[in-house]
Design a protein around this ligand. Structure first.
Ligand code: CU
Length: 154
């Protein structure tokens, strides 16, 4: 009788453990990683068409996004995730001030040639955003084609 109880308690504990672990795994944020290569004057990566800026990065809201930027060019490059409105405003403004990234951590500054850095951020709000380079040599790099889209699906 005592043995039956022990088996029952053991079975219940095992089920509780499996359910608990499953819930934990399912509620963990998904990680999405991308690799972009910066050159004068474009971002290259998977899906790059050669004509319309860098590849479009697609993630889901809540994802932990990691964008690794490899500078294969001969000068410094940046990457900042901003709104399309901010990009248009920056392109028109005379003083090319760095806009604030839409998500905390979604920026890489002054990446020297041959160096690699990773921006890690949580895609907290759905929408269509852009990533762009705000280095200004010889002209604003975003203006010369260093930009791409990042879509955060709801
Ligand atoms: Cu650049």
């Amino acid at each position: 009788m005592k043995r039956r109880w022990m088996i029952l308690v053991g079975a219940v504990a095992a089920i509780a453990l499996v359910v608990g672990v499953s819930v934990f795994i399912l509620t963990q944020p998904r990680e999405k990683t991308f690799e972009l290569r910066a050159r004068e004057f474009a971002f290259h990566g998977l899906g790059y068409s050669g004509t319309t800026g860098g590849p479009t990065l697609i993630v889901k809201v809540g994802d932990i996004v990691k964008i690794t930027l490899i500078n294969e060019g001969g000068i410094k490059h940046d990457l900042i995730v901003i709104t399309e409105h901010d990009l248009n405003e920056a392109l028109e403004a005379a003083d090319h001030k760095h806009p604030e990234p839409v998500f905390a951590g979604a920026e890489i500054h002054d990446l020297e040639p041959g160096k690699t850095m990773t921006a890690v951020f949580k895609a907290e709000k759905p929408g269509t955003y852009v990533y762009a380079c705000f280095v200004e040599e010889p002209e604003l790099h975003a203006k010369l084609g260093m930009f791409g889209k990042i879509i955060v699906e709801p």
